[in-house]
Design a protein. Structure first.
Length: 267
């Protein structure tokens, strides 16, 4: 089964580099790939203060997408429930190849609903799509944001190498084609000039801003999620995460967080 899944993931990763980003919708029920509908990407200006993106724009991190490297698509998964709504199952990656400084970064995934389905992680390396990790990371799907600590699995990213990371909700262990899959690309880069000095001089409350401005998506997201874990009642941190999600075009997750996740709005 692992070989079958590796082949499927390599195929999906190859397609994302040849096609426009697409939305992997209801593969478990419909078995089709559908183009991403840009009409759902509301609030194109991530700094604009609206009902869907509350908060003072001056307090929000500004993510500057990197100009370097090859673009890569993103897979986002979901299944339609009986009410016609689509639960969100998402690997938190931008549409392009996201960057990190860390040899063993912490990545994140999100599910809007719980399900009695295990979650697997697959990581492919380089242009050859070499499988370097296939492992179960959860025995069932829990609602919320979840970390993936690559250090827990002995994975060390090489500088300048692009990796494809996939999470899959296993709905039928005997039929990998029915997995609900979400994923994205990551590349480790060397520290920019004077960046370590800048980071040391930055107030801990604004570390996520520094990472975001440098185009380090995964480091900015990890900084925010870690701070939220440490201060779960700080509504500003939730608003900053929503802003970062929107800037990475993770609109559905951002909308869900806005409606359900900000303590000050939802006591």
């Amino acid at each position: 089964m692992k070989n079958i899944r590796s082949t499927l993931f390599a195929l999906f990763a190859g397609l994302t580099m040849l096609m426009q980003p697409f939305h992997f919708e209801s593969f478990a029920q419909e078995g089709v790939l559908k183009p991403q509908d840009d009409s759902v990407l509301t609030n194109k200006d991530p700094m604009k203060v609206t009902k869907k993106n509350p908060g003072d724009s001056s307090e929000m991190p500004l993510y500057k997408a990197p100009l370097r490297g090859a673009p890569a698509g993103r897979l986002s998964g979901g299944t339609r429930g009986a009410d016609g709504k689509m639960p969100i199952f998402a690997f938190l990656a931008p549409r392009h190849t996201g960057l990190t400084l860390s040899e063993q970064p912490t990545l994140y995934w999100f599910s809007s609903e719980a399900a009695k389905c295990p979650v697997d992680l697959t990581i492919l390396m380089g242009k050859e799509m070499k499988s370097i990790l296939q492992i179960r990371i959860a025995d069932e799907t829990r609602a919320g944001f979840h970390p993936i600590h690559l250090a827990d699995y002995g994975i060390r990213l090489q500088t300048g190498e692009v990796y494809q990371c996939f999470i899959s909700m296993v709905t039928d262990p005997k039929h990998p084609s029915k997995d609900i899959i979400s994923g994205g690309a990551i590349e480790r880069i060397a520290y920019p000039k004077n960046f370590q000095k800048k980071l040391k001089e930055t107030d801990i409350k604004r570390v996520q801003h520094v990472y975001a401005e440098e185009g380090l998506w995964y480091d900015a997201m990890n900084a925010l999620c870690s701070r939220i874990d440490a201060a779960p009642h700080d509504s500003l941190l939730y608003k900053q995460r929503i802003s970062l999600l929107r800037q990475g075009d993770l609109t559905e997750t951002a909308d869900y967080e806005t409606e359900h996740g900000i303590p000050a709005l939802h006591p």
